[in-house]
Design a protein around this ligand. Structure first.
Ligand code: DAH
Length: 361
C-alpha cells in the first residue's frame, strides 16, 4: 500500500529535519505514541483477516521499526552535537599565554640570593635560616654585645613593646643583622659547620643608601684548626665567582666587631674605566663586607669549647652586592615596587643561576 510507503517517507523526512531533541520527542509522540499514526496502523491489524494480516503485518511492523530506528539515530546525533557544543564552550586552552597579561620577573635581590646559594653550595655550605622576630639574647648578648655595649645604639633597633620586663634580656626585636643565625646554628648543630644565612634585617634608618628593611647574608664556618687564611680564600673564591671576574682583588682592613677577634673589613678593588668604577684591579677600594674570626666568647655562649673549635664569619649586604653587580644606584628603588624598574632590572623566571652557565647569565 502506497500510503504506508508515503507515511514512512514523510515520517523519516520529518525526523531527519528535527533540529532539537524536543522536536524529535514530538515526532515520536505523533508517530509512535498512544494516539500516534503508526500506532493507529498497528491497531488495524486486529480487524484484518489472516491473509490481510500476513501481507500487511510485515509492512506495518517494518514501518514501526524504521521510524523507531530513525528516532533513535536522530536523538543520538542531536545529543552528540549538544555534547560537542558544550565541550567546545567549556574548553580552556592552557597551552597558550594570554596575550596582554602582565608577566612576573625575578627581583634582583632574589636573583642575587640564588646566585650566592649556588656559589656557596659548590664550596660545601648549606643554607640556614632564623626568625626575623628575634630576642635580645640571640641578636646581641650571645654575640658578645652585652646590654651596656655601645654597639647596641649603633644598630637603631626596632623593639617590640615589652611593658612587663625591667631588663632587655627577654625582649623581642626585629633582627638587626643575620648574625643571630650563627648562634642558632652553633646551638643546634655540631661542628664541622659551614653555612650561609640569607635573609631580611631591619634598622630604623632611611636615605638613598639605607632602607628600614634590607637583606644580608651571613657566613659561618666552625671546625678544628680554622684560621684567617681560610676566611680570605673563601671570600676571594666567592667574590670572583659572584662578579664573574678573575681579577678581583681584596684588601682586609683591621676593624672591630664585638663578635669577631680579630675583625676585618673587606674592601674590593676597582679600576676607573671611562669615568666609571669597574670592579677588578686595585686603583681604588670599595668597602664591601665585615668579617673576622669568631670570638671565643661567642663560641662558648653556644656551648662549644673555644679551645677545641675555631671559625670565621662574615656578613654582607645582599642589596649592596646586587647594586654593584648590576649597576643600580638607588637602594630605595629596590623596595618601591615600580614595575618599570623591575622590567628593566628584573630577571626572567626561568633564568636560574648555575655555575656552569655563569651565575649571572
Ligand atoms: N653583623 C654585622 C652587621 O650587620 C656584619 C658582620 C660583620 C657579620 C662581621 C659578621 C662578621 O659575621 O664577622 O653590620
Amino acid at each position: 500500500m502506497t500510503d504506508i510507503a508515503q507515511l514512512q517517507a514523510e515520517a523519516l523526512g520529518a525526523i531527519g529535519a528535527a533540529a532539537s531533541l524536543d522536536t524529535v520527542e514530538a515526532e515520536r509522540v505523533r508517530l509512535l505514541g498512544k494516539q500516534g499514526q503508526v500506532t493507529a496502523l498497528l491497531k488495524t491489524l486486529g480487524g484484518m483477516t489472516p491473509e490481510q494480516r500476513q501481507s500487511e503485518g510485515p509492512r506495518i511492523n517494518g514501518l514501526r521499526e524504521a521510524v523507531s530506528a530513525a528516532i533513535a539515530a536522530r536523538k543520538a546525533a542531536l545529543e552528540g552535537a549538544a555534547l560537542e557544543a558544550r565541550l567546545a564552550a567549556e574548553r580552556v586552552d592552557l597551552s597558550l599565554p594570554a596575550p596582554d597579561t602582565p608577566r612576573g620577573s625575578v627581583h634582583p635581590v632574589s636573583q642575587v640570593m640564588d646566585e650566592l646559594a649556588e656559589i656557596f653550595a659548590d664550596m660545601g655550605f648549606a643554607v640556614a635560616t632564623g626568625p626575623e622576630i628575634e630576642d635580645d639574647w640571640h641578636n646581641f648578648t650571645a654575640l658578645n654585645i652585652p646590654e651596656t655595649h655601645p654597639a647596641r645604639a649603633m644598630h637603631d633597633t626596632f623593639y617590640f613593646p615589652d611593658p612587663g620586663s625591667e631588663s632587655a634580656a627577654g625582649s623581642k626585636l626585629l633582627r638587626t643583622h643575620t648574625s643571630p643565625v650563627q648562634i642558632r646554628t652553633m646551638q643546634s648543630q655540631q661542628p664541622p659547620i659551614r653555612i650561609i644565612a640569607p635573609g631580611r634585617v631591619y634598622r630604623s634608618d632611611s636615605d638613598a643608601t639605607h632602607t628600614p628593611m634590607f637583606h644580608q647574608i651571613e657566613g659561618l664556618v666552625i671546625d678544628r684548626g680554622i684560621h684567617l687564611g681560610h676566611l680570605k680564600w673563601t671570600l676571594e673564591t666567592f667574590l670572583k665567582a659572584f662578579f664573574e671576574r678573575d681579577d678581583i682583588v681584596l684588601r682586609l682592613r683591621p676593624s672591630y666587631f664585638p663578635f669577631t677577634e680579630p675583625s676585618a673589613e673587606v674592601d674590593v678593588g676597582f679600576t676607573w674605566t671611562n669615568g666609571r668604577r669597574i670592579l677588578g684591579g686595585s686603583e681604588g677600594w670599595m668597602e664591601l663586607l665585615g668579617s673576622g674570626m669568631v670570638h671565643p666568647r661567642v663560641i662558648r655562649a653556644c656551648g662549644l669549647d673555644p679551645d677545641e673549635y675555631s671559625g670565621f664569619a662574615f656578613g654582607v649586604g645582599v642589596d649592596r652586592l646586587a647594586m654593584l653587580k648590576y649597576g643600580m644606584d638607588d637602594l630605595r628603588a629596590f623596595f618601591d615596587g615600580d614595575l618599570r624598574w623591575l622590567r628593566h632590572y628584573g630577571f626572567a623566571a626561568l633564568d636560574v643561576p648555575t655555575l656552569s652557565g655563569g651565575v649571572g647569565a
